[in-house]
Ligand binder design. Sequence first.
Ligand SMILES: [Zn+2]
Length: 175
Amino acid sequence: MGFMLGWAFYTLSSGLSGDLMAKKAIRDIETGMVFDHIKPGYGTRISDVLKRRLWSEKRCPVYTGEGVKSSAMGEKDFVKLDGPHLEPGSDTLSEIALIQPDITVNWIKKGERTGKKPARECIGDIIHTDLIGCGNTNCIANDEAPGIYEVLDKDSLRVRCHYCERVFEAKYNGK
Ligand SMILES: [Zn+2]
């Protein structure tokens, strides 16, 4: 919470635009990741995914900047992860891409950006997730079994269900 209040104060007092703030977030991290250009309102969903998936093993700071000014988007959220580097293809990055495929994923090392990709390109070939439901309403993936999907096309997000083999376009269920 302190971080968010800090950011709000920083914006008011400095008049920095959101783009500069995101750049500052990159400089402020020694090692970690910045998720940028998040549609306003979705920042906390992205940070929820990070906390749910990473904190079961090891806690690391996750900061959310909400409703900051953006030259490209008008307004945006961003999320900063201090410490871990997530690999493209991991279930964590796949879930983030399912929520919003057009987020910019930045990898930071020693305060410098060492990599940048749209979230869509970080989706794995197989995703384990309950953030989408199977297109077949009778499928066990929708209630008792954990969702497992093979990704057929990363642009259209066409997937095939592991259990019933239904092919459909993945749609974030808002959970
Ligand atoms: Zn299914």
